[in-house]
Write a protein that binds this ligand. Structure first.
Ligand SMILES: [Fe+2]
Ligand SMILES: [Fe+2]
Length: 279
């Protein structure tokens, strides 16, 4: 399967094109059709798609990695361009999400879930398709479904909560899904925010896909928001795994990206708006 993946929405702009925002979206072109993985937070996806010459009307399906606003907020803008389309998600994508920020004894809470009601998105053309387990969504294209938490060192982000029956509890992100493309050069794994833990996700993919060679791992790793110990443990695992290229974006952050570059050299790149991986 020939594949070209272009970063449409991302925190940074690396070329003289497009706008940055807090969010993530990747436009995927294959010889079997075009797809969209996440939609950013909504400010940049349509203008960036025009500048980068990626026709949102051509997408066959949208996949959402999880219910945070910075991955789902662009959905209405995309639907206004595309119209009717399948949007594949885990059923928990519509859970209420809260981020708690503490600074100098002061605590602020912010709603960070999907900013639109399901009915509104459906009125714009979204047909939600639900999955909870590892699923082949198109030939050679897979969604991870729920990811078992196996590593002891990957902990949930302590600032992120959800509301269940009126109670605020730690968010465990059952809806966190990643996308896998089975290319002739090996698996390509695209992460949203990796809230399940980047290494848990890699374990799950190797187990379910029955393959251990990755041509590329792209997207948000969330490593910047976690402990230095977790970053170092993750690097130990990544160095033992057959990964040709790592293209980090979004919630990876500068500190973790620089540390990964120390270890992986030219195999590590930063996936800014307009970055392309082509096979
Ligand atoms: Fe994110
Ligand atoms: Fe997130």
């Amino acid at each position: 399967m020939k594949t070209r993946i272009t970063i449409l929405s991302e925190n940074l702009v690396g070329k003289l094109v497009g706008s940055g925002e807090h969010g993530f979206s990747a436009f995927i072109e294959t010889d079997r059709g075009n797809y969209l993985f996440d939609t950013g937070s909504g400010h940049s996806i349509v203008p960036n798609s025009l500048i980068l010459n990626k026709d949102l009307r051509s997408i066959q399906k949208i996949f959402l990695s999880h219910g945070h606003f910075d991955h789902t907020g662009g959905l209405p803008e995309v639907l206004k361009v595309k119209g009717k389309v399948d949007v594949q998600v885990h059923p928990n994508v519509f859970s209420d999400r809260i981020a708690v920020h503490k600074e100098d004894e002061r605590e602020t809470k912010r709603f960070v879930g999907i900013p639109y009601k399901k009915g509104y998105l459906e009125s714009l053309g979204a047909n939600f398709v639900l999955n909870t387990v590892f699923t082949e969504v198109e030939k050679g294209i897979f969604l991870t479904g729920e990811v078992p938490r196996k590593t002891g060192f990957e902990k949930p982000d302590p600032r992120l909560f959800t509301e269940i029956q009126g109670k605020t509890v730690q968010d465990t992100f059952p809806d966190d899904q990643s996308l896998i493309l089975d290319s002739e050069k090996g698996l390509i794994l695209i992460l949203g925010c990796a809230h399940s833990g980047m290494i848990n996700i890699i374990h799950h993919v190797m187990d379910k896909a029955g393959k251990e060679t990755f041509h590329a791992i792209l997207g948000g790793t969330h490593l910047d928001f976690l402990t230095p110990e977790q970053l170092e443990e993750s690097i130990i695992f990544l160095k033992k795994t057959k990964i040709e290229k790592i293209g980090v974006s979004h919630c990876t952050g500068m500190r973790a990206a620089c540390r990964l570059h120390q270890e992986f050299g030219d195999r590590l790149s930063y996936g800014c708006v307009g970055s392309v991986l082509e096979i």
